[in-house]
Ligand binder design. Structure first.
Ligand code: SF4
Ligand code: MG
Length: 317
């Protein structure tokens, strides 16, 4: 059921002391309750900015983030701010940097319970043990410190902390890319189990398309701060429409019969342009193997094609 949706229309300008970085522009998408939307793009494309804007860590300069119909930034500043803070949680890319090294794992997981006044004393202890169990850790782990754990275990601690507040929407910013490949599938399986158990909604940020297929129902692809294509996951893999999506897909190292069939290795030339001074017209034209004259001056709008959206003059005609 898609009655409850998280709508996002954000245009974020991050102000550094002297330069203004145009990180994200006119990015608009919806995540249906209970689904996982993959947000994919190269480093620096603005996906973390979108993720942080969604949870209220950044404020958009224009546009808004709607959570169940309410503007999340207004809600966070209002009397129900703490309720919103509980409902939308974030799992960070780097489990090493996101855990306080001086706190025990039990206190890290229990902190949201304290902040939101959800449990004290014995109840707090039991909730912490239960949360640790849910992410595959054991009660003995509660008294240890983050440095005593492996990368995968630390990410489990981060997930337990995010779960403690009883969220509905989890924004996962590259939660597995800092982990060994052998551990990645375990963390993905855990996230999927938790989603099924609690009916969670996920935004799953990734820098390539290799794991996304197994996690997401829909995928949004970003390039230099704009969305270039959104599509149901099977359609995107079977028939990527945007030249940038085609290039990302062709770079997947894992053999996949469906992808293999349509595979044509696309190697992108050139550097990723600076987001401070992005190219005019289609931002991808400096690297697009199919660019033509119009691409250099005219910005391709994101246009609907059935249940997918594409921003490319070739596809949109
Ligand atoms: Fe390539 Fe032009 Fe399409 Fe941009 S609009 S992706 S440059 S063909
Ligand atoms: Mg990032």
């Amino acid at each position: 059921k898609s009655l409850s949706k998280f709508f996002v229309t954000a245009r974020t300008l991050l102000g550094a002391p002297r330069a203004v970085l145009k990180a994200v522009e006119g990015v608009s998408f919806a995540v249906a309750a209970g689904e996982t939307l993959g947000l994919v793009g190269e480093t620096g494309c603005g996906k973390s900015t979108v993720a942080r804007t969604l949870v209220g860590l950044y404020t958009p300069t224009a546009g808004e983030v709607l959570f169940r119909g309410e503007n999340i930034h207004a809600a966070l500043a209002g009397p129900d701010g703490n309720l919103f803070r509980r409902r939308v949680q974030m799992i960070f890319q780097d489990p090493y940097a996101s855990l306080n090294p001086r706190m025990t794992v039990g206190d890290i997981v229990g902190e949201p319970l304290d902040i939101h006044g959800l449990a004290t004393g014995n109840e707090r202890r039991e909730r912490i043990m239960h949360l640790l169990g849910q992410v595959g850790l054991s009660p003995e782990h509660a008294s240890r410190f983050p440095h005593e754990f492996s990368g995968g275990q630390r990410q489990r601690v981060g997930i337990a902390r995010a779960l403690a507040a009883g969220p509905e929407f989890l924004v996962c910013d590259e939660p597995i890319s800092a982990l060994d490949v052998s551990i990645q599938a375990q963390v993905v399986n855990l996230l999927q189990d938790l989603q099924a158990e609690y009916g969670l909604t996920y935004l799953f940020v990734a820098h390539d398309l290799s794991m996304i297929r197994h996690i997401c129902q829909r995928v949004a692809v970003m390039y230099l701060g704009t969305l270039v294509e959104t599509a149901p996951v099977d359609e995107l893999y079977a028939n990527p429409l945007h030249p940038y999506t085609q290039a990302l897909l062709s770079a997947i190292p894992i053999p996949d019969p469906l992808v293999q069939k349509n595979r044509r290795r696309v190697v992108l030339g050139g550097e990723v342009p600076s987001p401070i001074n992005p190219p005019p017209g289609c931002k991808f034209h400096t690297r697009c193997p199919r660019a033509f004259e119009r691409c250099r001056c005219e910005v391709p709008p994101l246009m609907g094609h059935g249940d997918r959206f594409v921003a490319c003059h070739l596809v949109n005609g």
